[in-house]
Write a protein that binds this ligand. Structure first.
Ligand code: UD1
Length: 337
């Protein structure tokens, strides 16, 4: 069987780390990316690390002709679909953009896969699909109910793919629900390069660290959690990438649609993460407690048992590794790529 994998959005943060993991696994990789929120320099970074380079196609994943020629010109066995818009805030402001781009992209990928008779697909979903009022930790069968259009697009695509596999049992589909990905490859050659002002905690902490942002606003310290700040399940992006390889292996012997949480099951509060970053960087992070951010759950935590059991996968990196590696990347690339 061909070991060639098409990766949509392969130049992005999680995509680039997964492309690296695929190349290290001996797969041939074709990346399709329009660089709307990523840089082609990530591909150079991948090559610096492993000495191999994926084939790069610069195109929008909704471009049917571009996808079609990728399938025609390469013996593709599986698709990893990362491409999509990912800002919760922007999705609330411009929901139709999110439905159009994210659903449109997924439908085009499915369509072109069907034409090319490729039936193994791994989709980047998110822990954001869980109903926030459910008691954490979340298992894959916990109630879903995303509260913003971004999360809705993730859940809708999961539903489309589950229906597809239900009707066509020869499809092999992995739906990976990521918790909070942080960190970077330890070489510092690839990492997260948010365009514009970041909204997520770790990139913001890093920017405070290098003096680009004056202080970190802590969104509420009056939650019912041990120290009053929210608790999240941070996972090193390299562990997340390894989870994709494990899912691909699982799908070699199983058809149907399968959901897996990719998290550690270990919670870290906002306050704790700040302290961890301080000890990893040796700096004091100026902070200020402000009011809660709308839509934040007090605790978001994975029950990762299903992934542990099915995929024989375990996260290997500690919170300390996540902070050190993210900081190393940030110091080497203060302005992104
Ligand atoms: C967010 C998204 C989620 C997405 C994930 C990607 C929301 C509601 N959810 O998750 O869909 O998959 O990012 O990693 O936006 N915090 C501060 N100060 C800040 C920024 C964040 O205190 O300046 C706190 C937040 O209140 C939250 C925690 O840090 O409790 C983590 O926030 P963030 O990194 O934005 O991730 P999530 O909200 O968990």
């Amino acid at each position: 069987m061909s070991k060639c994998v098409l990766v949509t959005g392969g130049a992005g943060y999680i995509g680039s780390h997964t492309v690296l993991a695929l190349l290290e696994n001996g797969n041939e990789v074709i990346v399709i990316d329009n660089f709307s929120n990523s840089s082609p320099k990530s591909i150079d970074g991948i090559e610096r690390i492993c000495g191999k380079r994926p084939t790069l196609i610069q195109a929008d994943v909704r471009d049917s002709l571009a996808l079609e020629s990728a399938f025609t010109n390469h013996d593709i066995a599986a698709v990893f679909h990362f491409a999509g818009l990912k800002s919760v805030e922007e999705s609330v402001q411009n929901p139709e953009l999110y439905y159009d781009e994210n659903i449109g992209a997924a439908l085009n990928v499915i369509d072109q896969m069907r034409i090319a008779d490729v039936k193994t697909l791994i989709f980047s979903s998110s822990a954001t699909v869980y109903e926030p009022s459910e008691a954490p930790p979340y298992a894959e069968d916990s109630l879903t109910g995303p509260k913003n259009p971004y999360g809705q697009t993730k859940l809708l695509i999961e539903q489309i793919l589950t229906d597809l596999a239900g009707m066509n049992p020869e499809w092999r589909i992995g739906l990976l629900r990521y918790f909070n990905p942080v960190g970077a490859h330890s070489s510092g050659s690839i990492g997260e390069a948010p365009s514009g002002e970041p909204n997520n905690l770790m990139p913001l902490l890093m920017q405070v660290g290098v003096g680009k942002v004056e202080k970190l606003s802590i969104f509420g310290n009056d939650y019912e959690t041990p120290d009053g700040t929210c608790v999240r399940d941070f996972i090193h992006v390299v562990d997340l990438a390894r989870g994709h390889i494990a899912a691909l292996r699982f799908l070699e012997n199983a058809n149907g649609a399968h959901i897996w949480n990719l998290g550690t099951g270990v919670g870290t509060s906002v306050m704790e993460l700040i302290q961890r970053v301080e000890s990893a960087t040796g700096m004091t992070i100026p902070t200020e407690v402000v009011s809660r951010r709308q839509g934040d759950s007090p605790i978001a935590l994975a029950n990762p048992s299903k992934a542990f059991n099915d995929l024989n996968w375990r996260p290997e990196y500690s919170i300390e590794n996540m902070c050190i590696d993210h900081w190393n990347w940030q110091c080497l690339h203060p302005d992104g790529y």
